[in-house]
Design a protein around this ligand. Structure first.
Ligand SMILES: Cc1cc2nc3c(=O)[nH]c(=O)nc-3n(C[C@H](O)[C@H](O)[C@H](O)COP(=O)(O)O)c2cc1C
Length: 408
């Protein structure tokens, strides 16, 4: 029987398999945990396949448990199923927002914890992987998670092949407050952390990392400001892509890059515009549109792209006299690069100033839906420019959360 007083994380597992019967029983029983509105706002992806484990591992910093455990569970906040259910029942769902994500994430974590308790009670060993929320996009793509599904926790599960020492915990008075929150004076901090800091393993940690204090091991090595900020952006982007953040929310959280870097990754978007073939090159910064070049796909004029090219980079050149030129570069399947020079000149010069204006708006992170509204509302004289603005709108629509793709 599992005893909470002696439970510990298990990171090494023996070869004994976990039967489907046991796993399914645990997965089913865990659903007895509390859940918002009894909606069960979670999904669990079971990974047993070695190849799938190998594909997941890099998104967990290659922690060995991912490939070594017989079972890896990715527990997701899931408003997709509930949304589909509502739509199939003449009910209009409103769950594509941050609050709904928080609720679904809470459900998913409660489920994960209940599963952990039951699995440990059955004699299994568990390791909770917080890395799940560090590189979410890779996990989303690997597990094919649709909109309104976000991975929040991973549990590696197996029969224990180690008995690690119990880890320390802060005393009760460190985290329990009677009636109102009691601030932590420097003296209280000294008392509460004295035991933890005195432990030989923690002292060794400080020494190995050449630090002065244990806290510095956390701030300077394990969970740094830079890494947290960078991963906050990718997390916000995933929440945006999965449809849990509306674009004004994400836009206000993205950094603004005033000076365009020399090289920007870009998407190539092909689409029909009034029966003509058009192409757009959308320069991306942190996965979000930063600039756009679009116009008629004109083989004569030199935009000759193999059909398979869907991304590349836009490279800025500044000549001695300060004139700027933008080139598009892509790699073919064998890794050879081709550069299409003078992207800006390939398209009708009439569009150029409008493109500059729209790119300016994008780079200051005006939410995409507003950019689309703005461009759609332009009333311009020539037919040419009007069909160009329609093209811009088409190309930008794919960056709206939950937007259906409108390509080709
Ligand atoms: C949010 C969260 C994230 C965690 N991430 C990892 C992880 O990525 N790798 C790992 O080995 N353990 C991870 N753990 C396990 C903790 O390291 C472990 O629970 C803690 O050190 C206490 O040890 P114990 O569980 O053995 O008592 C995580 C635990 C939590 C709750």
């Amino acid at each position: 029987m599992m005893n909470i007083k002696t439970r510990r994380t298990i990171r090494k597992y023996n070869q004994q398999p976990i039967t489907d019967e046991l796993l399914n029983q645990l997965l089913e029983d865990s659903a007895r945990t509390q859940t918002m509105g009894n909606l069960q706002l979670y999904s669990v992806i079971v990974t047993r396949d070695e190849e799938m484990k190998k594909r997941l591992a890099p998104f967990h910093f290659n922690q060995p448990m991912v490939t070594e455990a017989p079972v890896v569970l990715t527990i997701c906040a899931d408003f997709r199923r509930t949304t589909d259910w509502c739509e199939a029942r003449k009910a209009t769902p409103g769950y594509d927002n941050l609050l709904s994500y928080q609720n679904a994430a809470t459900d998913a974590l409660l489920y994960a914890q209940t599963f952990s308790n039951l699995a440990e009670e059955a004699g299994l060993g568990i390791c909770f992987l917080g890395t799940t929320v560090y590189m979410t996009q890779g996990i989303i793509d690997t597990l094919k998670l649709p909109a309104l599904v976000m991975p929040v926790a991973t549990l590696t599960v197996g029969w224990p092949d180690e008995e690690p020492a119990l880890t320390d915990r802060l005393p009760l008075e460190a985290f329990v407050h009677q009636e109102t929150y009691q601030p932590y004076s420097a003296e209280r901090i000294d008392n509460l952390y004295e035991y933890k800091e005195s432990l030989p393993e923690n002292k060794a940690f400080v020494e190995q990392n050449s630090k002065e204090t244990l806290a510095q091991v956390f701030t300077d090595c394990r969970y740094t400001k830079d890494a947290n900020e960078a991963m906050s952006i990718t997390l916000a982007e995933s929440l945006f892509k999965q449809g849990f953040l509306s674009s004004p929310q994400i836009c206000s959280s993205l950094p603004i890059l005033e000076v365009r870097p020399d090289v920007l990754e870009c998407d190539v978007v092909r689409f029909q515009n009034k029966r003509e073939k058009w192409v757009a090159f959308v320069g991306l910064y942190e996965g979000y549109p930063y600039e756009i070049f679009t116009g008629l796909m004109d083989d004569e004029e030199g935009i000759m792209l193999p059909k398979s090219v869907s991304s590349g980079r836009i490279i800025k050149h500044t000549s001695r006299n300060g004139q700027k030129r933008y080139d598009f570069q892509f790699e073919n399947k064998r890794g050879y690069k081709t550069t299409v020079e003078g992207l800006s000149e390939k398209f009708n010069p009439e569009y150029w100033n409008y493109a500059k204006l729209i790119s300016g708006v994008l780079r200051y992170r005006m939410p995409i839906d507003h950019v689309i509204k703005l461009v759609s509302s332009l009333e311009l004289d020539s037919d040419n420019i009007n069909s160009w603005t329609t093209g811009v709108v088409r190309a930008l629509k794919r960056y709206q959360p939950n937007a259906p793709l409108e390509e080709e």
